[in-house]
Design a protein around this ligand. Structure first.
Ligand code: ZN
Length: 274
């Protein structure tokens, strides 16, 4: 039986969770709240550039857990696929400049491209950028997305598919991200988490609201939905993952709150419901 978390030593927030805050505001607020990790979304870096953002992060006591996000490999033309690979190489350079050890891949999907073809574009795309990631000492992590995003965000929708890609490319620089929001429904989840083992590079939490009012921006705070987060955390830990637990909540509702109050609520929920 998995026991409650007792402190915030493994807590990481995604800057998207507190989207209205600038990177500077987020860094200061997270530190003040005793949060130890930060996952940075690229649009929070843009106003500063990679060098400026690296300085803000480096001056803080926060650990940069990952950069979100790379991926989006499928495209209908060879030129489009090449552009995607070039963009991913730039993102790898950005992660290296930031001191981010990991890039989360939202692999991509394009309406009209058959899913099997999109998956091949993804596999080929990752294979082509892996040497660049290795040279930069930046790991890549495939995050399967919920099948409701299979049309336009990711053709990789289950842990099994992600594990198969990791097995096919067999590189210590490629692993998987388990996000409870995307995977909680999957009857194969427990066994595929076990199969992923040391290839689990990161772990994301939030909750699934019923009803979900928006497919993208209506995620719940842990404990207010139907996901058995603690059991999934237990499987992930049994598989050997003991890294940061990343709170990633996209929510129009919570972005309208005072973000300090939101962080407080998240910290309470982290101890009671993760
Ligand atoms: Zn995620």
């Amino acid at each position: 039986m998995t026991t409650k978390l007792l402190d915030y030593s493994r807590l990481c927030l995604h800057t998207m969770t507190t989207k209205p805050w600038s990177l500077e505001e987020a860094v200061h607020a997270y530190e003040k709240a005793g949060i130890k990790g930060i996952t940075v979304w690229r649009h929070h870096i843009e106003p500063y550039g990679a060098v400026g953002a690296a300085r803000i992060l480096g001056d803080s006591g926060l650990r940069v857990v990952s950069l979100c996000r790379g991926g989006f490999f499928p495209a209908s033309s060879a030129e489009g696929r090449q552009r995607a690979r070039d963009e991913n190489r730039r993102i790898i350079d950005e992660a290296a400049a930031l001191g981010a050890p990991l890039i989360v891949l939202v692999c991509g999907a394009v309406p009209g491209i058959p899913l099997a073809d999109a998956r091949q574009h993804i596999l080929d795309g990752i294979a082509s950028v892996l040497p660049h990631a290795q040279a930069a000492s930046v790991k890549l992590s495939i995050e399967p997305l919920h099948p409701m995003y299979a049309a336009d965000r990711s053709a990789v929708n289950t842990m099994e598919q992600a594990n198969n890609m990791v097995a096919a490319l067999s590189s210590p620089w490629l692993g998987v991200t388990v996000d409870v929001y995307h995977t909680w429904w999957d009857p194969m989840l427990k066994s595929e988490i076990g199969r992923a083992g040391k290839n689990i590079f990161s772990f994301h939490v939030c909750d699934w609201r019923t009803p979900t009012r928006d497919l993208l921006n209506d995620r719940g705070i842990m404990g207010e939905g139907c996901i058995d987060i603690r059991s999934i955390r237990g499987w992930v830990e049994q598989a050997g993952f003991h890294g940061f637990i990343e709170v990633e909540i996209f929510s129009d509702q919570f972005w309208a709150w005072d973000q300090s109050k939101l962080v407080e609520r998240i910290q309470q929920a982290y101890l009671t419901s993760v």
